[in-house]
Design a protein around this ligand. Structure first.
Ligand code: COA
Length: 223
């Protein structure tokens, strides 16, 4: 199926995370007729990603901003990439407790099979492909031109970076990250907080908290 706005974005949305991911998410939000009303980031001295939207620094600035805002229905999208999927999850829970609404952002040119599942708060970028019976968890990012094949299971906070390929039945555990252009062969399991380096080819399961690189990926990097 071609994507439509089946995820019902609120009219006003804030972004948490003020770098590149904010720049690619904003046009998707606007495509569906919603508006980015503020950007927040914890980094002091960060250059604002947009000329026309204020960048606020720190979570306290969000609390102050929220108090002064009359609108009840404000959505949020956490535009921070991996290896910080764990941070996305923590922020998701904090923002939801404040009464903000988590948004699931899907680019109109992504392909989603009818019976795939997309977790709340996830971001599916341009050219991404998600095949039948794939299950994408909460707060995952399937980046530009990445491909997630049939029956893959992604737990919370995972990212498949631009141009990376997951063959069928791959299992990504919490906060695992497949970097740009890497390929993961069928039925492989990637452990919690694991990283597959850019361009790598994974033929064997990757343990928790491990970075692996190479073609084939047999080199372990110290973390
Ligand atoms: C895997 C990765 C995260 C490791 O970063 P790191 O821990 O800082 O690693 P370093 O750059 O210190 O490299 C350590 C060694 O591993 C090698 N290496 C790093 N990444 C590699 C890769 N993808 N393939 C092959 N070798 C790699 C380096 O050449 C270096 O080798 P040396 O010790 O012989 O000099 C990073 O290299 C990478 O692949 N990043 C891609 C990020 C990405 O896809 N971003 C998308 C954003 S949308």
């Amino acid at each position: 199926m071609k994507t439509s706005n089946r995820f019902n974005l609120p009219k006003e949305i804030i972004l948490y995370g003020g770098t590149g991911q904010a720049k690619v998410v904003r046009p998707i939000i606007e495509y569906y007729g919603s508006k980015v009303v503020a950007v927040f980031d914890d980094t002091v001295g960060l250059s604002p990603p947009f000329d026309d939207i204020v960048l606020y620094t720190g979570f306290d600035s969000l609390l102050a901003w929220r108090k002064n805002r009359k609108e009840k229905e404000i959505g949020f999208c956490i535009t921070i990439g991996n290896p910080h999927g764990d941070v996305r999850m923590k922020l998701h829970n904090r923002l939801e407790k404040l009464g903000l609404i988590p948004t699931t952002v899907v680019h109109p040119n992504a392909y989603l099979a009818d019976n795939c599942e997309i977790g709340i708060g996830s971001q599916i970028m341009a050219g991404a492909i998600i095949m039948p019976e794939a299950k994408i968890g909460k707060q995952c990012i399937i980046n530009t031109n990445a491909s997630v094949d049939h029956e893959c299971v992604l737990e919370y906070g995972c990212e498949v970076a631009p141009g990376a390929t997951l063959c069928g039945e791959v299992h990504m555990k919490f906060n695992s990250w497949v970097c740009a252009g890497a390929t993961v062969l069928p039925k492989i399991t990637l452990g919690e907080n694991s990283i597959v380096g850019a361009g790598s080819l994974v033929r064997e399961d990757v343990p928790d908290n491990t970075t692996i690189v190479g073609v084939p990926a047999i080199r372990f990097l110290k973390r």
